[in-house]
Design a protein around this ligand. Structure first.
Ligand SMILES: NC(=O)c1ccc[n+]([C@@H]2O[C@H](COP(=O)([O-])OP(=O)(O)OC[C@H]3O[C@@H](n4cnc5c(N)ncnc54)[C@H](O)[C@@H]3O)[C@@H](O)[C@H]2O)c1
Length: 331
């Protein structure tokens, strides 16, 4: 498998190291508008550097690509990859509109190429440990989840495109909220039927810097997500309330369970966990190219985008949104 990466940003190095760790995968090309950024990711692995992704696809040097670029560019890049018969692992969020998600799916299906959305939470050891424990039945049913994550949406703290809604699709919700929705829906075990959300635009930011989402899942699980910018400590925690006990899950600490006053450790985090997750995600994608079912379905990835858009609709209108009724406000 000859792998390319388009977009040499924050996690490109993790994707590249993932490729190096897997048998039968070779990083052959890295593309970025900034040649020095592409070179920094490509050079350790002897990969070619491109500044035009269409030229990279036309060069015939890749069988698959990781699309790791600003959100609204995902669609055109996935469509181009499909047109060249190249399989795609596209970073979250899948796209910024449902119409783009459908076009991407149709293009890949029509070209008989695999597209998987990179929803990394499914490969994080602390979440996998939680899922394994839930599967034993020791905790009973999940009843309620509180997902709380900090970020930083003060203008100047991240590349400018994150603050341009026409490129990013929004702020803290579509970027960080996508992770929270992904993992909480996965752990909650069902799609959402209703969402109500609030947003804040602090620091003069043109996109939301903070917000809350309250969701009801189809199986009755209640979910609350809070995302806040610029907090005294970094926070990245799920609190999962089950019939017989509770679990806290944090990638910096691990997963801890409490049943009737007795605490136990499900996973202790290590510095290798994040790289291991990116390597496992790439292995899962390559297995999907080989015909296996991917760990993250296209349906789930689209639902995450649908819910982010529904959250914006709810925050703008001040009403709860019935998701099954395709973004219609509830009465
Ligand atoms: N899985 C994760 O944990 C995780 C973490 C961070 C970012 N992401 C996702 O990765 C994607 C990129 O985010 P980022 O933080 O790396 O952004 P970034 O701005 O740091 O990097 C994006 C890169 O894409 C390049 N680029 C832009 N347009 C291009 C084009 N037409 N052709 C080639 N290169 C182009 C830019 O020059 C830049 O180097 C987003 O979808 C983001 O949500 C995922």
């Amino acid at each position: 498998m000859r792998l390319g990466i388009v977009g040499a940003g924050a996690v490109a190095g993790l994707h590249a190291k993932g490729a190096a760790a897997l048998d039968g995968v070779e990083l052959t090309a890295v593309c970025d508008l900034l040649p020095e950024a592409a070179a920094a990711v490509a050079e350790p692995w002897g990969a070619d550097v491109f500044t035009d992704y269409l030229a990279m696809l036309a060069a015939g040097v890749v069988d698959a690509v990781v699309i790791n670029t600003p959100h609204s560019l995902h669609k055109e890049m996935v469509l181009a990859a499909a047109a060249h018969g190249v399989h795609v692992l596209v970073e979250k969020p899948m796209a910024t509109t449902m119409a783009d998600c459908h076009l991407m799916e149709q293009a890949c299906a029509g070209a008989d190429v695999v597209m998987v959305v990179g929803l990394i939470q499914h490969f994080m050891a602390e979440k996998i440990a939680l899922q394994h424990t839930l599967a034993t039945g020791a905790l009973g049913q999940v009843l309620m989840i509180h997902d709380y994550r900090s970020t930083d949406y003060r203008p100047g703290t991240r590349p400018a495109w994150f603050f341009d809604k026409s490129i990013s699709g929004g702020g803290a919700f579509i970027n960080i909220g996508a992770h929270c929705l992904d993992r909480s829906l996965w752990v909650g075990g069902a799609p959402a039927t209703r969402i109500s959300a609030t947003t804040l635009n602090r620091f003069g930011s043109p996109v939301e810097t903070d917000g809350t989402m309250e969701l009801l899942l189809a199986n009755g699980v209640q979910l609350r997500i809070t995302i806040v910018s610029d907090t005294p400590q970094n926070i990245d925690e799920m609190l999962v309330v089950c019939e017989f006990g509770t679990v806290t899950v944090d990638p910096r600490r691990g997963s801890f369970m409490e049943i009737d006053g007795v605490r136990s450790t499900l996973h202790t985090s290590t510095p290798a966990d994040i790289q291991n997750a990116f390597t496992a995600q790439l292995a899962d994608f390559i297995a999907a190219v080989g015909g296996a079912e991917p760990s993250v379905s296209g349906q789930h990835a689209k639902h995450v985008v649908e819910l982010v858009l529904a959250a914006y609709h709810s925050a703008d209108s001040g009403t709860a949104v019935n998701v099954a009724a395709t973004l219609q406000p509830t009465q």
